[in-house]
Design a protein. Structure first.
Ligand code: IMP
Ligand code: MG
Length: 191
């Protein structure tokens, strides 16, 4: 579809990371994760995308990981409605399956305040996971994010509010293939 006819196009202020850069980086990350897993002799893992934001990232990543894996789901709410800063994370539902004694790869779209990972990693350990590795597509350049231990990072980005590739504003824009910032007008309109 021609972007000119895409009504979301006019809401984009700046493209931070293009779909082509994302695609290349996702393949690199999948390779690195697969290599690390095989090196450690882990041959059956559970991948858990944190919903809803990590859904698209997960779909792309696992198709470049030729290993035996299961998928578990976990939904966390941190940006209720039209907020631009996290309001504190909460696990709202989980279907991770039996992860007792299993090796888990936890995926999130973005590491911002770190509240989500600090909540979810211990929760998975509580459920008996033997090893939990963490992977985020984006990490914001702020001290709170840098202070959180994370195993794989796709891109470090400035401390700005971004949408696309799974990330939303008030649950919109997740389907944009690029990672972008929004115009002030779009932010006002979806409040
Ligand atoms: P944290 O718990 O503050 O690290 O934030 C993680 C969650 O907040 C992510 O899973 C996102 O859902 C959301 N989030 C953080 N920054 C942004 C952003 O710039 N755009 C959209 N969602 C964001
Ligand atoms: Mg999220």
């Amino acid at each position: 579809m021609n972007d000119y006819h895409n009504p979301m196009h006019r809401d984009i202020s700046r493209v931070l990371i293009s779909q082509y850069q994302i695609g290349a980086r996702v393949r690199e990350m999948a390779q690195q994760i697969t290599d690390d897993w095989q090196r450690d002799g882990d041959d059956d893992i559970t991948i858990i995308p944190i919903l809803t934001g990590a859904m698209i990232f997960c779909g792309d990543l696992i198709r470049h990981m030729p290993v035996q894996l299961k998928i578990g789901l976990l939904a966390v709410s941190s940006y209720p409605g039209a907020s631009l800063r996290t309001q504190g994370s909460q696990i709202v539902s989980q279907q991770v399956g039996d992860i007792h004694g299993r090796h888990v790869l936890l995926l999130d779209d973005i590491l911002d305040s770190g509240g989500t990972l600090k909540l979810v990693v211990p929760a998975l350990q509580e459920l008996g996971a033997e090893k939990v590795r963490t992977c985020v597509m984006l990490r914001k350049n702020r001290p709170e994010a840098k202070a959180v231990q994370v195993d794989y990072v796709g891109f470090d980005i400035p401390d700005e509010f971004v949408v696309g590739y799974g990330l939303d504003y008030n649950n919109y824009y997740r389907n944009l293939p690029d990672i972008v910032t929004l115009t002030g007008e779009a932010i006002e309109r979806h409040k």
